[in-house]
Design a protein around this ligand. Structure first.
Ligand code: ACO
Length: 378
């Protein structure tokens, strides 16, 4: 492996390339956005200037999506789920029943793109159509793999309620809808993360919205990005009781393993999304029986992390309290990353619109570190 901070060796043919680069583009400013401000030092997140906590308390996912797409705050906005086109349904039925939900969702978005006319430039109508389609596709796949028939959208239901209805076949309770809607709001947008950047790169070539979002789903599938609140569930099951927490968590840290649901590349303060979701989880009608344990274990974990890393603030992240909310609304852990992707549709598509509005092809440079120019042997 080449030392990532090194520069290329001088050769007879080419002068030494001594430009520097930042591995992982860490700290590189790669664009401008008016969508979300992620203030990692102060632990604050705003969408178009509005605080995430206020949006969770007073908004709905449909209103937040509209805000991201247009800049206008209209709490009355509604976005019912949309039907799955026949060819897409046939594609979902053709997948193996043990396919990962993220693979099914990425495939569905790609197939959906093949059924649409998605002219350049991308539009808010395209964003609405895709954001309304994907919950139906994921719900359909979740039923098909269990041998159940998909449920048609109910146009009288707003997006999150419609998704739960199509997933389960019955009307969800209002508290359940409210909890998942809150999760969708906090998951809707988060700056230039890897999947959003992917969507912007794809858009910068003047490709279409479905291609950008299919690429973004592929990026989010990676465990370093999509995260795994399901691992938080496993972790708490292993802790078992608050009496055993200190010993178990100490063992994890002694082995230099990670405590799931803690730490973040940007946040040095408590993740405001975790704070919002903790409130939601505590207010749920059907909270998982381990929520109380999670709250007590969090205190122990934060104390141990502070002792071990006095110079680096490692706080609770969004995944920690996403886990009880998603489990509490009845999703199985293997659907957690796909649910995160559904929520992020609003942000991805808003970035597609923003990129297209001032488009310039994204094409960075690279430092060549291979052999100098030479003759083929023989
Ligand atoms: N548990 C234990 N130690 C940790 C944790 C953690 N959760 N997070 C960071 N550290 C420690 C590291 O071991 C490292 O210690 P060292 O310097 O002694 O080697 C130090 O803190 C810095 O670690 P980095 O990986 O460089 O920090 P970074 O801020 O880049 O990491 C990350 C961010 C990947 C999220 C990390 O905190 C982590 O692995 N957390 C656990 C997994 C998790 O919860 N992921 C979800 C993130 S939220 C999201 O993606 C939506």
């Amino acid at each position: 492996m080449t030392d990532p901070s090194s520069t290329a060796t001088a050769t007879a043919e080419s002068p030494r390339d001594d430009r520097t680069y930042s591995p992982g583009l860490e700290g590189v400013v790669a664009g401008e956005t008016a969508l979300a401000k992620v203030d990692g030092e102060r632990g604050r997140l705003t969408y178009r200037g509005y605080r995430i906590g206020d949006l969770v308390e007073r908004g709905t996912y449909s209103a937040v999506a509209h805000l991201l797409w247009t800049g206008d705050w209209d709490p009355g906005q509604r976005l019912p789920t949309a039907a799955v086109p026949g060819p897409v349904m046939a594609t979902l039925r053709a997948l193996p029943s043990d396919a990962k939900p993220m693979d099914a969702l990425r495939t569905a978005v790609s197939a959906w793109g093949a059924t649409q006319t998605l002219d350049w430039p991308p539009t808010v109508d395209q964003a609405r159509a895709l954001t309304a389609f994907s919950p139906s596709a994921l719900a359909a796949f979740a039923r098909i793999r269990q041998g159940l028939e998909p449920v048609d959208p109910d146009p009288t239901l707003d997006l999150v309620e419609g998704f739960l209805y199509q997933l389960t076949g019955s009307r969800p309770e209002p508290g359940t809808v409210r909890a998942l809607d809150a999760y969708f709001i906090v998951g809707a947008e988060h700056g230039f993360n890897a999947s959003t950047f992917t969507a912007r790169v794809i858009t910068s070539t003047r490709s279409d919205m479905a291609s950008a979002v299919a690429g973004a789903i592929g990026t989010m599938k990676g465990p370093l990005h999509g995260g795994a609140p399901s691992e938080v569930v496993d972790q708490l099951a292993k802790v078992g009781s608050v009496e055993k927490a200190e010993q178990w968590l100490t063992g994890v840290l002694d082995r230099h393993e990670r405590l799931m649901g803690f730490g973040h590349r940007v946040y040095r303060a408590y993740d405001p999304r975790a704070a919002a979701l903790r409130k939601v989880a505590e207010a749920m009608d059907h909270k998982p029986d381990w929520l109380e344990l999670a709250i007590q274990v969090e205190d122990v974990a934060l104390r141990l992390l502070a002792e071990r890393h006095p110079d680096r603030a490692i706080k609770t992240n969004v995944e920690y309290y996403a886990a009880p909310v998603l489990q509490g609304v009845g999703l199985t852990p293997d659907l957690f990353p796909a649910a995160f992707s559904l929520a992020r549709h609003a942000g991805w598509s808003a970035h597609v619109l923003e990129q297209a509005a001032t488009n310039r092809l994204i094409r960075p440079d690279v430092i060549y570190v291979g052999p100098p120019e030479r003759d083929l042997p023989g």
